[in-house]
Design a protein around this ligand. Structure first.
Ligand code: PRP
Length: 180
């Protein structure tokens, strides 16, 4: 049913599996003695973060923040709203922020600065997708699943108007879906 709205698959289910394995292994090597907090930014982080932490063979905590910038449209508004904050202190802790996509970079920049201000020992970013052509702030995620072109993508956590997050792959939405 959802597939008919997808123009093309950009990151397949199998490729997402491979990405989660590769990044999970790398994070395990780099953080295994650091007991990090993996902070997921809701809601888009959910599917990828789930798969990623399954591939991290080490002790870690998971926490969530709800941060929004798109407000239902297809362009980032730059207006960041924190509607759910962390429930734990980050002072002297190593933080890995988990994202589905970094586009303008505004969301991540605000959250990174906030967590550093609160005394985190380190803050890094792991993202399934990176869209560097969209960047308006100076920010390079440390751990990137796949770099993609400036197209409007949905699936694997990414939505259009709150829909398509449950697609098991990342695809480009047909223009007629959001033009109508
Ligand atoms: C999306 C995405 C990132 C952010 C990326 O979240 O999950 O958090 O936008 O955009 P940026 O790099 O331009 O800031 P959104 O605000 O749509 O919330 P959601 O995860 O609930 O869909």
């Amino acid at each position: 049913m959802l597939e008919k709205d997808i123009e093309k698959v950009l990151v397949s289910e199998q490729e997402i599996d491979e990405i989660a394995k590769r990044l999970g292994k790398q994070l395990t090597e780099e953080y295994k003695d650091k007991f990090p907090i993996v902070v997921g930014l809701l809601k888009g982080c959910v599917p990828f973060m789930g798969k990623l932490i399954n591939n991290m063979d080490m002790h870690l905590e998971i926490e969530f923040m709800d941060v929004s910038s798109y407000h239902g449209g297809i362009e980032s508004s730059g207006d960041i709203k924190i509607s759910k904050d962390l429930d734990v202190a980050v002072q002297d802790r190593h933080i890995i922020i988990a994202e589905d996509i970094v586009d303008t970079g505004r969301t991540i920049k605000v959250i990174m600065d906030l967590l550093k201000y609160r005394g985190a020992k380190s803050v890094s970013v792991v993202t399934l997708l990176d869209k560097p052509e969209g960047r308006v702030v100076n920010l390079d995620p440390e751990y990137i699943g796949k770099t993609i072109p400036k197209e409007f993508v949905v699936g694997y956590g990414l939505d259009y108007d709150e829909k398509y997050r449950n697609l098991p792959y990342v695809g480009v939405l047909k223009k007629e879906v959001y033009m109508k």
